[in-house]
Design a protein around this ligand. Structure first.
Ligand code: AMP
Length: 417
């Protein structure tokens, strides 16, 4: 029988390698909960219409969604991103605003798998609803920045832009389209064919022909209405005030259509250029209403866990994660002590493991070494009979000391410092 394997674009994270994941997630929770964001969990799959509303012209929705008809004849999609589900939940539960939530988990996109690009990947995300205040944009951007810094990512550049709003974007869109139509023949194949559908997408195209055309294209930043210009100025002022370094990138449009005004991205400078975005986000003041809810301004950000881990790896600052075990119980007096002592020591708050299957002392000591535990708690027939246990330092070596059973926890704590 052929060996069963995970499918391309997906991966396992085995326990020996999952420590950094735990740190990446826990640090995020710590940073954003300290700013008032509460954990929100939404389903991994939704009715496909939830995602269709975020923009039919985006690649994520048009080409990359995993969708299927379930046994109840519902058209379902695995989520390709989080914002749509969070907006759906916001509309459904009608919480009081401002409403600040954080979430995360698997996302699914049928993309060509390559380094840093997967078909099932993982995001961490915050979304804040109910305020149009540019200081909230600053809070969201700065939290992402602070988080990356807290993890040890230093080779990252924050890019910000304004995409205008319903008032000034249509005129800019037309201006851009007029310009691009004059250069249609010079664009890449895809954008030549689909120019009218979404001319802004050309600004984001990584292909050389489009990049050349775009160099002289009109820029939204030069065509903002007064309100959008004031909003952007306040965002810049806030980033300066909080000492968050940034660059204005007038070509930053991001892959999803729903953004208004502020858009931003954390570009990893230690990563290969095509897959260098660690995360990004922006304001989406029209999306809640477009999805059937009340007119509600909102802003959010999403970060890719795999990209963050790659960035940490590139900088040699991958956190090791999980603390090692404190002790490993080695029992060659029948096994009852291993069972009872392990439970007792764990109940006292220590990190403890043991071997099973009545293995030889040698095999148990080997398992103890492999576990990474600092100390071995050793029970042979003599110790068991005398109500004592041996304690041995597995890291520094040295002799095994014998202590009374009732003094064990205290002795371990003393040794562990
Ligand atoms: P987006 O929703 O496209 O703005 O993506 C937000 C972040 O998720 C990106 O900056 C990446 O860090 C990550 N990301 C997006 N697509 C993938 C993918 N296919 N594989 C791994 N990470 C991804």
């Amino acid at each position: 029988m052929a060996e069963l394997r995970n499918i391309p674009g997906t991966f396992d994270v085995v326990p020996a390698e999952s420590g950094p994941w735990e740190v990446v997630v826990a640090t995020f929770a710590q940073v954003v909960e300290a700013a008032g964001y509460g954990l929100l969990l939404t389903p991994t799959f939704e009715d496909i219409s939830v995602f269709k509303r975020i923009g039919d012209s985006t690649d994520v929705v048009r080409k990359e969604m995993y969708d299927f008809v379930d046994k109840g004849n519902r058209h379902i999609a695995l989520r390709p991103e989080l914002t749509a589900s969070v907006v759906r939940a916001f509309i459904q539960h009608r919480p009081a605003t401002p409403w600040k939530a954080w979430t995360g988990g698997s996302q699914f996109r049928y993309e060509k798998p390559q380094a840093g690009r997967f078909r099932e990947f993982h995001q961490l995300d915050i979304e804040a609803f109910g305020s149009a205040d540019p200081d909230l944009d600053v809070e969201v951007i700065a939290l992402g920045w602070e988080y990356l810094r807290a993890l040890g990512v230093t080779q990252v550049e924050l890019l910000v832009n304004s995409l205008g709003d319903g008032k000034c974007r249509p005129a800019y869109r037309q201006l851009l389209l007029d310009y691009l139509l004059q250069h249609r023949g010079e664009l890449c194949d895809e954008h030549r064919a689909r120019l009218e559908e979404n001319p802004l997408r050309v600004l984001d195209c990584k292909k050389a022909p489009c990049r050349a055309v775009v160099e002289d294209a009109p820029r939204q930043l030069d065509h903002l209405c007064d309100e959008c210009a004031a909003h952007f100025a306040r965002v810049e002022e806030g980033l300066l005030a909080l000492a968050v370094p940034y660059s204005v990138d007038p070509l930053l449009v991001r892959g999803l259509d729903y953004y208004t005004r502020t858009a931003f991205e954390y570009a990893g400078r230690g990563l290969e250029s095509a897959q260098n975005a660690l995360g990004g986000g922006g304001r989406y003041d029209g999306l809640v209403e477009a999805m059937g809810g009340p007119d509600t301004p909102a802003v959010g950000l999403a970060l890719g866990i795999e990209r963050i881990l790659l960035a940490l790896e590139a900088e040699n600052t991958l956190p090791s994660g999980r603390a090692a075990l404190d002790a490993f119980v080695v029992d060659f007096a029948g096994g009852a002590n291993a069972r009872d002592l392990t439970a007792r020591l764990r109940a006292s708050g220590l990190r403890v493991d043991r071997a099973f299957d009545g293995r030889s002392p040698k095999a148990q000591f080997k398992a103890a070494d492999r576990s990474g535990a600092r100390l071995a708690v050793v029970v042979g027939p003599d110790e068991a009979a005398a109500g004592k246990v041996g304690v041995k330092d597995l890291k520094s070596g040295g002799d095994q000391l014998t202590v009374a059973m009732e003094d064990l926890v205290e002795e371990l704590r003393r040794r562990l410092g």
